[in-house]
Design a binder for this molecule. Sequence first.
Ligand SMILES: Cc1cc2nc3c(=O)[nH]c(=O)nc-3n(C[C@H](O)[C@H](O)[C@H](O)COP(=O)(O)OP(=O)(O)OC[C@H]3O[C@@H](n4cnc5c(N)ncnc54)[C@H](O)[C@@H]3O)c2cc1C
Length: 92
Amino acid sequence: MMLAGLKTYIIGAGIGGLALARVLALRGADVTVLEQAGEIKEVGAGLQISPNGLAVLRAMGLEPHLVKSGAVLADTVRLMDYRGGEVLKLDL
Ligand SMILES: Cc1cc2nc3c(=O)[nH]c(=O)nc-3n(C[C@H](O)[C@H](O)[C@H](O)COP(=O)(O)OP(=O)(O)OC[C@H]3O[C@@H](n4cnc5c(N)ncnc54)[C@H](O)[C@@H]3O)c2cc1C
């Protein structure tokens, strides 16, 4: 469905708001994202993206940017407790 020129406002520039903005803009909507925070900045040490999340990024045409940004493919997820002991190991 094309949304050419449809004026759209999205509240919040989190992952959900920005993903929706990208998808609507790709279909021609005129999108404005309203964010309460003073600036958009990196938070935390890293971001783990699950396979279904990657499928969505790919569908939005963003995979090449992910590769360029230095993303790496993990082969295992390991959950650790606060003493460094392994709680769970999940082979991908
Ligand atoms: C420590 C931590 C680590 C995480 N690590 C991962 C990870 O590695 N991989 C992963 O997939 N997920 C991770 N998550 C979960 C992930 O961050 C969230 O699921 C995701 O950010 C939720 O996105 P969202 O867009 O729904 O909400 P949010 O990211 O919370 O975005 C909502 C936005 O709306 C804005 N907002 C709210 N109210 C208003 C308003 N009235 N007007 C304007 N703006 C407003 C907020 O300021 C915010 O920017 C982690 C979460 C935490 C806390």
